[in-house]
Design a protein around this ligand. Structure first.
Ligand SMILES: [Zn+2]
Length: 75
């Protein structure tokens, strides 16, 4: 579910920290000049990063090559 800019009602990409004020990029730049107090709206992206981060965690895989010797059964 995407948020809408509270000014022009297009899809918002920024939200003011600790508020529910959403802005599109244009309005955010127009009203704030710098975007320091704005955080990006990226619900899915942040989740994706977590997944990617987890995947990037070092995984040591020891290779166990078990050799099965064939015992010759003599009868
Ligand atoms: Zn806007």
């Amino acid at each position: 579910m995407s948020k809408k800019c509270i000014i022009c009602n297009v899809e918002a990409v920024y939200v003011i920290k600790d508020t529910s004020d959403y802005y599109c990029r244009e309005c955010a730049e127009e009203h704030f000049g710098d975007l320091a107090m704005l955080v990006k709206v990226e619900d899915d992206v942040s989740k994706l990063k977590e997944i990617v981060g987890a995947r990037l965690a070092p995984q040591e895989r020891a290779e166990h090559e078990e050799e099965h010797e064939d015992y010759e059964q003599s009868n």
